[in-house]
Design a protein around this ligand. Sequence first.
Ligand code: PGA
Length: 249
Amino acid sequence: MHKPLLVANWKMNLGISASALLAKEIASHYKNNSSYDLWLAPSYTAIEATIKASASSGIKIGAQNVHWEKSGAFTGEISVAILQELGASFSLIGHSERRHIFYESDEMLAKRAECALNNNLTIIYCIGETLQERTENKTIQVLEQQLSPLINLIKKFTSKNIVIAYEPVWAIGTGKVATIEDIQIAHGFISKKVSDCTGEIVPRLLYGGSVTAENFQDIINLDVVDGALVGGASLSVEKFLPLMRICSV
Ligand code: PGA
């Protein structure tokens, strides 16, 4: 069993002061709680302030994406070195909004992940099927395809700095949460596939997609779930605190 991990993805919300304020409130309720890990992913511009606001709490701060080159002509992108200079210790990679709104391919995501791992930046690698893929019974096929670059990376780097997030695209920000059975099947498949292919300890496996205080207890009770990646319900202390409480028991 892994230590539970709760990750807040603030997406393109909250500026510097709002992020710092929320991080401070969250940190005051976390206080180096050793029963679970807590990570926050604010906007790039708010990383430094969020780190300061949560200093000495044990909370880790990271980014929502990272580029695969050291530097260069890549307008709008950010490098591992720039993130590490800010103090970021992890990055999301392959969030469904990156895959589907910005058309980031598996190949591109593999490059992002490899560069991060080469430079000791932990990654949360996101995978998940669309509604159409699910209705066409292609969920497992899609997960297998999206996992394939990650499996190569686990073989190369071990699973130490890797977290996997299963986020069915149709459940993100929609209020439609996957059923316990859907989650059990998807997570069970991912764990087995990774351990069969790599012989490694399977990385922590998070569920994401409309996680709230109402559904989180049943989700985290599953053996195959190590925590959650939370968007909407991480944007206010009132909604996030109940999730923290569920993790802390
Ligand atoms: P949501 O977002 O909790 O708002 O569905 C989850 C995510 O996108 O990581």
